[in-house]
Design a binder for this molecule. Structure first.
Ligand code: ARG
Length: 476
């Protein structure tokens, strides 16, 4: 007996009660094999564990189990070798695997779907897929974090203008700058690890929605597949895609961070800013203007972020109208998941290359730091130390800044006489004692930009992620 013979005129595994073949247009409209074939590894892995469980509870003989496992190996070879026959009348990856299993394993294959529905099967495949991909993405993020921490160390003493509103604000260090991105991407990495946790329960045994009368061993299957446990309500489990939403949320926030950074560097690599340079291997040219070198990879990261957010939005919109249990709408989750994953992975790779290849234009940065008002807040804080209420100090320094601007000079080059006309207790030589580096070094509290403080954190992160001795130079 073959699979065809069980399905009536429709030839479908579910075709017993159908009196005519499915309309071809309906088949084309409802199929998912064109995209869910990407889940073949998970589908076969789950089927192996399910078959072993059926053997343990006595619903398969040892011989039948052997035939099924050998058959599944052959199906896997067909997929990995690209010889797998795709037929839209077999709908999805689950029915394709089953059809090919029956082809290879004969009658034993007809038992694989015992105590299982495609509803718990697809939930299982997706959980296995998300668990693996989120874990791999977390590892890729560690690759980015490694580059960031190396740059933080390299530029620990470089003075940079710190911006708010894209206006110069206070001086910071290069280590502090990269350290900021390290914190962001550390959160992204930890969010991805949490997604691994949220996917890590086995839904198998939920059946179509209400379990099975057969004496299944859900915990055994879960343990074999490396899950931390089983889901607790089948009616919920077959329609639960929270773990996919968690993943797309994590990917979306990661894209927010990548895109914001890309935007910053698009700006910083202009001639007008002239703060950073990317190597030629990462830049692209213009077909018309011979002088151009463009940061297209950064712009595409920025552009593709919107695409990932729309994948996330599409998924939420898909889920929000669904009653409990499985609804076929859920088939639409996969392309959004795959697209968000592939897009984010590619962007992460590009930003990792950019961080690895970028250099600060140190001369250009030094030029920008000349003649700035970046020390205004420090002066106000010195007045506070002298007993002036902060709001008054703010006003006094505001007047000093205006005077320097009127004279077209820097705050540091104002004379003692100039300063004393605004506040008579400035100590002699005060203006010339001001320095950007001194300012950065003084802000040494936890979370501040002083190189020592920043390096303590950078070392701790390096140690946490890569295990080197804190304080020791990371391998280059
Ligand atoms: N292709 C389906 C999906 O991706 C698999 C589950 C189909 N279940 C069903 N009862 N039709 O969601």
């Amino acid at each position: 007996m073959t699979g065809e013979e069980t399905g009536g005129p429709s030839g479908k595994p579910w075709g017993g009660r159908f009196s005519e073949p499915t309309d071809r247009d309906v088949e084309a409209f409802t199929e998912s094999i064109s995209f869910d074939k990407r889940l073949w590894r998970e589908d076969i892995e789950g089927s192996r564990a399910h078959a072993r469980m059926l053997r343990r509870i006595g619903l398969l003989s040892e011989e039948e189990l052997g035939q099924i496992l050998t058959g599944l190996d052959k199906v896997a070879e067909e997929f990995s070798g690209g010889t797998f026959p795709v037929r839209i009348e077999w709908e999805d990856v689950h029915m394709h695997v089953e059809k090919r299993l029956v082809h290879h394993a004969g009658a034993a294959g007809l038992k694989i779907h015992t105590a299982r529905s495609r509803n718990d099967q697809v939930a299982l495949d997706l959980r296995l897929f998300v668990r693996r991909e989120a874990g791999e993405m977390a590892v890729s993020l560690e690759g980015l974090l490694r580059q960031i921490l190396l740059r933080a160390r390299e530029y620990r003493d470089l003075l940079l203008p710190g911006y708010t509103h894209t206006q110069q604000a206070q001086p910071i260090s290069g280590g502090y700058y990269f350290g900021a991105y390290a914190e962001r991407f550390l959160r992204d990495r930890n969010r991805l690890l949490a997604v691994v946790g949220s996917a890590n329960l086995s839904p198998l045994g939920s059946g179509a929605l209400a379990g099975t009368t057969l004496p299944i061993d859900r915990e055994g299957v879960a343990a074999e597949l490396g899950f931390s446990g089983v889901t607790q309500n089948g009616l919920d489990s077959v329609g639960d895609r929270d773990f996919v939403a968690d993943f797309l949320h994590a990917l979306s926030l990661l894209m927010v961070h990548l895109s914001g950074w890309a935007e910053e560097w698009v700006l910083w690599s202009t001639r007008e800013f002239g703060m950073i340079r990317l190597p030629d291997r990462l830049l692209t040219g213009s077909s018309m203007m011979p002088q151009k070198k463009n940061p297209d990879i950064l712009e595409l990261v920025r552009g593709k972020a919107g695409r990932v957010f729309s994948d996330y939005g599409a998924l939420m919109t898909l889920l929000k109208g669904l009653p409990l249990s499985y609804n076929r709408d859920l088939q639409e989750d996969k392309e959004r998941l795959f697209d968000a994953l592939d897009t984010t992975r590619a962007c992460l790779r590009m930003m990792t290359l950019a961080v690895e290849g970028m250099r600060f234009e140190e001369k250009g940065v030094a030029e920008i730091l000349k003649g700035t008002e970046l020390l205004a807040t420090d002066i106000a804080e010195d007045l506070v130390r002298d007993g002036v209420p902060f709001r008054e100090a703010h006003a006094i320094v505001g007047r000093i800044v205006a005077e320097a601007a009127r004279k077209g000079c820097t705050l540091e080059s104002l004379s003692d006489a100039d300063l004393k006309s605004f506040y008579d207790r400035f100590p002699p030589g005060y203006a010339s004692s001001l320095s950007l580096r001194g300012s950065v070094e003084r802000r040494s509290h936890v979370g501040g930009p002083a190189p020592e403080t920043v390096m303590r954190r950078v070392d701790a992160l390096w140690y946490e992620l890569f295990g080197a001795e804190p304080g020791g130079a990371p391998p280059r």
